[in-house]
Design a protein around this ligand. Structure first.
Ligand SMILES: [Zn+2]
Length: 243
């Protein structure tokens, strides 16, 4: 039992050290994530408008070609007006001319509207661009800072993770699950010693009878107040030797 408890406590010691490394990063990982999301959000808005502008430009080009074609036809129809032989032909030609003229007008109007819309989109992109650049700059700074911190502790972290793996392999699966569950629920410490008759996790007094039982290292006891696993000093000393 001493072994079982001290292995578990050794795991806690390593996790404490890993937590410390994690704390050095502060809120940088969160900041990087949120900046990334913001940059993406604005970039999406820019891309959306860019896409609209491009398809509007393509449509305008198609319209212009159609206008050109209609104008050539119009010229042809007008020339033919001088050669008509009867009213029927004349009516048919004027009908074609009217139709071509109104088509040209419609397409020109469409293009004008699309051009205005395009200008508006361009202005909006212009508004978004400095924002996204500013955020991107900030994101880069934060990423550099985070990478620096990670790099500084890389060797230590790898070493700790290696050791953690070795120790974790020795912990009983069932104990490991309990440990991880408490650790997750209480954000860090899952197994603690009794210091001056109190649980060092929550600082509530541990009843004298329970203190004696904990000192006997015969079973896993948890703190009645916080639910953390309580161990004796003997266990913590043994654990240190395992590291
Ligand atoms: Zn407690």
């Amino acid at each position: 039992m001493v072994n079982r408890l001290s292995t578990l406590y050794a795991l806690q010691i390593i996790d404490d050290q890993l937590d410390e490394l994690e704390e050095l990063r502060g809120d940088l990982p969160l900041r990087v994530n949120s900046l990334n999301a913001k940059v993406k959000e604005i970039q999406d808005q820019i891309d959306k408008r860019d896409g609209e502008r491009k398809s509007s430009m393509e449509q305008r080009k198609i319209n212009e070609e159609e206008i050109e074609r209609l104008k050539i036809n119009l010229k042809k129809f007008k020339a033919q007006l001088y050669q008509v032989r009867n009213n029927k032909e004349y009516d048919a030609l004027t009908k074609e001319i009217d139709h071509s003229e109104s088509e040209i007008k419609r397409l020109e109007n469409d293009n004008m509207e699309m051009e205005l819309k395009s200008e508006k989109l361009k202005l909006e992109i212009g508004d978004y661009t400095p924002k996204v650049e500013e955020l991107h700059e900030l994101l880069k700074e934060n990423e550099v800072e985070l990478k620096k911190i990670i790099k500084e502790n890389e060797i230590e972290e790898v070493k700790l993770k290696d050791k953690r793996e070795q120790i974790a392999a020795k912990v009983r699966k069932q104990d490991y699950n309990v440990y991880m569950r408490i650790r997750k629920a209480l954000h860090g410490k899952a197994i603690v010693t009794i210091v001056r008759s109190a649980c060092s996790g929550c600082h509530n007094v541990v009843p004298p009878q329970r203190q004696i039982e904990v000192r006997q290292n015969r079973r896993i006891f948890t703190c009645e107040s916080c639910g953390r696993i309580l161990v004796s000093h003997e266990i913590s000393e043994q654990a240190e030797k395992l590291l």
